[in-house]
Ligand binder design. Structure first.
Ligand SMILES: Nc1nc2c(ncn2[C@@H]2O[C@H](COP(=O)(O)OP(=O)(O)OP(=O)(O)O)[C@@H](O)[C@H]2O)c(=O)[nH]1
Ligand SMILES: [Mg+2]
Length: 224
């Protein structure tokens, strides 16, 4: 007989943010076990994936929202800060500008639109496999983490998978310790889903059909 899937003790909405091309979509795809591709369409809508983690005696599910980094989608992206229990903020270690924008735009935007005193932010330098093209020293990431009071700092590679599981396990672990009051004693059902009643994905603009076709053709477009 098939083993019953364990219901989680809690579900938490996590939002991936950062400049376009830093690798948000690929990071999420790698986390859920999909193959890496270097041919990826820039995200034009918002979509999420769910993954369970066991932390101590609790099973929790992260609902991870992949946002569009392009400037024209900033307003809609900022809507998704709402209800987030954690934010994973990416830059690309081979692109200094993406790191500078993380500090000058994204952290400011988070502090204006999310409850940043309460919502933990995890900083991530992605594309660790491209060490020879590195423009942001690891120490600069560590400094930024300290300076901005971020909950964690990781360097990851969506291509090799390095540190990807560790990053999200740490996020899950912080969720359990920070939001204890939201966990149920027994495994829960969908009634207490933090985004119950919300739509699973929101598509933007008239290029949706092309994006969906592209997603079906390859990796990393954000579809399911
Ligand atoms: N070498 C390498 N390339 C990566 C990595 N992560 C992503 N890429 C590549 O970087 C490009 C952008 O990746 P995406 O995941 O689409 O970036 P994004 O942040 O989702 O971009 P938007 O959807 O526009 O916000 C693609 O060509 C990916 O193949 C990585 O860890 N290593
Ligand atoms: Mg994307």
């Amino acid at each position: 007989m098939a083993k019953a899937v364990q219901a989680p003790h809690g579900r938490f909405k996590i939002v991936l943010l950062g400049e376009s091309s830093v690798g948000k979509t690929c990071l999420l795809r790698t986390l859920i076990g999909e193959e890496f591709s270097s041919h990826v369409m820039s995200t034009i809508g918002i979509d999420f994936k769910r993954k369970k983690f066991t932390i101590g005696d609790k099973v929790i599910e992260l609902e991870i929202w992949d946002t569009a980094g392009q400037e024209k989608f900033r307003t809609i992206t900022s809507f998704h800060y709402r209800n987030a229990r954690g934010i994973v903020l990416l830059y690309d270690i081979t692109n200094r500008k993406s790191f500078d924008r993380m500090k000058t735009y994204w952290l400011k935007s988070i502090s204006e639109k999310a409850d940043s005193d309460v919502i933990p932010v995890f900083m991530v330098g992605n594309k660790l496999d491209l060490e020879s093209q590195r423009q942001v020293p690891r120490e600069d990431g560590v400094d930024a983490k300290e300076r901005y009071g971020s909950y964690g700092f990781f360097e990851t590679s969506s291509k090799t998978g390095e540190n990807v599981q560790d990053l999200f396990t740490e996020v899950a672990s912080v969720m359990v310790s920070m939001w204890k009051n939201l966990l149920t004693r027994e495994p829960d059902d969908a009634r207490h889903h933090p985004s119950a009643g919300r739509r699973d994905s929101i598509k933007l603009g008239h290029t949706d059909a092309a994006a969906i076709a592209d997603k079906k053709a390859g990796c990393c477009g954000g579809g399911s």
